[in-house]
Design a protein around this ligand. Sequence first.
Ligand code: DGL
Length: 276
Amino acid sequence: MPNATGPIGVFDSGVGGLSVLRALSRALPHDDFLYIGDTARIPYGSKPMAMVRGFAEELADLLVAYGAKAIVVACNTASAAALPALAERIRVPVWGVIEPGVAAALAATRGGVVGVLGTLGTIRSAAYQSRLERAGVAVWARACPLFVPIVEEGVSDTEIAALVARHYLRDRPRDLDTLILACTHYPALVDTLAEALGPAVTLVDSAETTAAAVASEMASLGLATATRRAGHVRHLVTGDIAVYRHTGTALGWLEGDVAPLTLAAPRAGVVVGGPR
Ligand code: DGL
């Protein structure tokens, strides 16, 4: 059975999931968090979904082995590829970011025309489009594979990002009123996107709604921590630690300490090192 004293495990391919981690640690300030940034294998969004599902299973298994009492998949691509298979595989509760993002967009839309920006994998999976269409809204969707490297490179507030944003938004419908940032990296581009779109479009980032849903479900599952001390955040990074620290800090999203995580083989799930 899950143990209410363990950390909450969170993972993404890189720094994008830190936007979700930050919201989670504000909603659950007494909980400890263990975050895996799988920067050695980024991007997930342009890889085959079966491969991404393998990565997600490996990282979720690892977080459970480290004592995680629950898992948050802070990555849309991995959520689209691996939920609900992950929920069946692991013995602790697992949440993704897609359902909260859809709920937030449906609450935000005034005219019923919703856009979705995401990775190739997320857009091709139609995970957002099918849910939104079932709810009766018109959907425009666009894959934006250049956005993740722009964010990881730390140039999300430059003219490069603005040019790319205009390129991806060029064929949006005129009556678009709500746009879902369906990749956890994209909140780093919020100012750039808002400038390209103008004030008529509401941008939806699922970080806050995901955190609120996780906090309330953890409480109802009896997984709320009993401690009143401030929680601790630890990051395990499969790629270059200095780059991760630099980008996470530049985004203002990095809290806690950072350590290396060496995956012995891309799919093996064997680990050298780990949390102290
Ligand atoms: N941040 C991730 C997402 O939400 C993945 C980005 C990537 O690795 O391509 O989809």
